[in-house]
Design a protein around this ligand. Structure first.
Ligand SMILES: Cc1cc2nc3c(=O)[nH]c(=O)nc-3n(C[C@H](O)[C@H](O)[C@H](O)COP(=O)(O)O)c2cc1C
Length: 225
């Protein structure tokens, strides 16, 4: 699989089969992903890979917790700005409409959306998950390093025939994750990433993207840069 194919075939998959992911595959992916770039080569990512009975336990605790309406954990970072201006608000709205529309959930049915969102804490059925932490003393550039690292992981997973779903949702229940992975005290959870083989029977439509002219500006009048 070439890089374009990996990039274009990566999607946030929200339906996995229970086929286990071999440890050696995860090892290979994470060994290669370690070559992701980071400012001054800090490599500020800390990963916990959870599978098997540990993941089953975590899923069951987290799903039960969310389903019973327990309070979320205190936030260590805001997932989104409190007010989203244009064009981000519209993009977020379009995403939610598409995601929940594909599940047959009517616009405005907040309760049904919340019920569907609970699948986050079941890792959408995936048999493996990564939890990506960062030292809370790190700054914005190091958080960006985490993004580059995680995209590298997700592309390498494609090369192995696997799919993934990055999930900040897990940061809302970070204490439940901590009870399973016991992170070092300085670390804070950025997100989880569910990993597995896609259940193609329930494939959701692909998300869209803004036109390139909306997000990219070429400066200069020559074709050769
Ligand atoms: C940092 C990050 C956090 C995300 N958190 C969640 C999440 O908690 N739950 C979820 O279902 N999808 C989550 N997503 C997936 C996005 O919704 C998805 O990437 C976006 O809608 C674009 O769709 P695509 O990845 O299928 O192309 C997250 C993605 C990123 C990059």
């Amino acid at each position: 699989m070439d890089v374009y194919e990996a990039v274009l075939s990566r999607r946030a998959v929200r339906s996995f089969t229970d086929e286990p992911v071999p440890r050696e595959v995860l090892n290979r992916v994470l060994t290669a992903a370690a070559w992701a770039p980071s400012g001054s080569n800090l490599q500020p990512w800390h990963l916990y890979v959870v599978t098997g009975s540990a993941l089953e336990k975590l899923k069951s605790v987290a799903v039960q917790r969310v389903a019973s309406g327990d309070d979320w954990d205190d936030r260590e970072f805001e997932m989104y700005p409190a007010t989203l201006g244009s064009p981000y608000r519209e993009r977020r709205h379009a995403f939610a409409e598409q995601r929940y529309g594909a599940l047959g959930i009517a616009r405005g049915d907040v309760e049904a959306r919340q019920r569907a969102a609970i699948a986050n804490w079941d890792c959408f059925g995936a048999p493996a998950a990564l939890f990506c932490y960062i030292d809370r003393r790190m700054g914005l550039p190091q958080w960006a390093d985490l993004g580059m690292y995680l995209q590298t992981v997700m592309l390498l997973l494609r090369a192995e025939g696997l799919h993934s779903c990055p999930q900040m949702a897990w940061s809302m229940t970070r204490t439940s994750v901590a009870e399973v992975v016991f992170p070092a005290p300085d670390l804070t959870l950025f997100c989880g990433v569910s990993i597995g083989y896609e259940d193609t029977a329930t494939r959701a439509p692909r998300t869209g993207r803004a036109e390139i002219a909306e997000t990219v500006t070429f400066v200069g009048d020559d074709d050769l840069i």
